[in-house]
Design a protein around this ligand. Structure first.
Ligand code: RP5
Length: 163
């Protein structure tokens, strides 16, 4: 993984999703995963979203993370236009607090899966970790960083458990 071309694409339906998705981007940075970030909407800019999904693999992207709120069809639409693994983050931006986004992201009909994480900021961070785990099958240096990440998490939990 000598060059730094993006391996992960982080897409969100609106700029307003950035607050929730920031943890995803930060986690990718912490794990030193080359990534790109894009705002693209499945319903406001459908042609752009389709073109982005269709061209992702040829541009070297290996995993796509898609965060969206409300009816949240973004991850499913992207998954329909690529065979890359797509991780969906349901964003809690609606009056239903992300339950709508959760169901519309996770309940993809058979044949076009979206690997769906938890609603909101926690899910956004986990999407980055899951993307790293997928990439670690191919990139041993990412596997090592994930091992360190887990060890540090354990050490931190033990440190914080001492009252
Ligand atoms: C969804 O609608 C977006 O993913 C966002 O969560 C929500 C609201 O978008 P804005 O009206 O704030 O642009 O498409």
């Amino acid at each position: 993984m000598a060059d730094t071309s993006p391996l992960v694409a982080v897409v969100m339906g609106s700029r307003s999703d950035l607050e929730a998705m920031k943890g995803c981007v930060d986690q990718l940075k912490d794990l030193q995963i080359p990534h790109e970030v894009k705002v693209s909407s499945a319903h406001r800019t459908p042609d752009q979203t389709r073109e982005y999904a269709e061209s992702a693999a040829a541009r070297g992207i290996e995993v796509i993370i898609a965060g969206a709120g409300w009816a949240a069809h973004l991850a499913g639409v992207i998954a329909a236009h690529t065979t890359l693994p797509v991780i969906g983050v349901p964003i809690d931006s609606s009056p239903l607090k992300g339950m709508d986004a959760l169901l519309s992201t996770v309940q993809m009909p058979p044949g076009i899966p979206v690997a769906t994480v938890a609603i909101g900021k926690g899910g956004a961070r986990n999407a980055a970790v899951l993307a790293a785990q997928i990439l670690s099958l191919k990139y041993p240096e990412i596997a090592l960083r994930l091992k360190d990440f887990r060890e540090n998490m354990t050490k931190e939990a033990i440190r914080k458990s001492k009252l």
